[in-house]
Design a protein around this ligand. Sequence first.
Ligand code: PPS
Length: 296
Amino acid sequence: MSSTSVWEYQGCLFPSVKYDTASLDYAWKEFEVRDTDVFNITYPKSGTTWMQEILTLIHSNGDPALSHSVPSWERVPWIEHTSGRGYLEHRPSPRLISSHLPAQLFPKSFFTSKAKAIYTVRNPRDILVSLHFFSGMTGFLDKDEDLDQLLSKFLRGKVIYGSWFDHIKGWLEVKDHLNLLLLSYEELLQDLRGSVVRICDFLGRQLDEAAIDSVVENATFKTMKDNKMANYSLVPKEFMDVQKSAFLRKGISGDWKNHFTPSMRESFEAAYKEAMKDIKVKFMWDSCQEDGITQR
Ligand code: PPS
């Protein structure tokens, strides 16, 4: 597929499928955030689908019926998709909403609301590997490139949703003025139950032990991989071919070590060090290149 598969809106690249100027304008300028809304914000490949599952399960008190009968993208839809308005405008509260948007293109009304948001971050090295396999299984992203070429685009921000560095910095800059919980994919991996409890506390949801157990059980990699409402096997093959690469592919941290060459490591480390030098938050992958976040 040629590079025309992505297009630019306000300086940021978007896939040509599921997005257009009207949908991005709607999300940014028209969408009316309610104080009861709960947002699942991520840069792509950082754990969006995982959080969609966790939020659905928390909101149904651990009952997996909804997450096993309605696709994840309908349960916790993306505001910026062309289908966003239709799914969300008349949905009763509380709405669960996903978004990959950078802070500067996020609904303006969010910043004056009391809505809650969870921003899930992931080691960008693993995001890059995940994105590479994802690009290979979709019919709407460039796939004629090796990981090295994707790395070069990633470091220049010439990938969908723009620069990871800008995304992170943009959200970290505003987080203290918002109802925002910062979580990492690696924390979810390390302690799923503890993370679910943290999310419940943040959302003010009181689930009993059995309900929490059910959230955890139904949000494991294995359960989600077998759940056709979460594994994207329902999507037509021309858009996502799970035979080429499963959407829930490996579900681990540190896979980048199996794919980065020494020269890729070197260029990534140099770019990361420079771009992140003023960042106050210390990510655990910065010290052991594996795990979640700690605040400095
Ligand atoms: S997307 O396309 O942006 O919505 O993708 P996203 O859901 O953000 O990220 C996909 C990666 O998340 C992994 N994933 C999980 N890992 C562990 N446990 C669970 N339950 C889980 N659910 C999704 C998924 O496998 C993708 O990562 P990779 O590294 O490709 O396996």
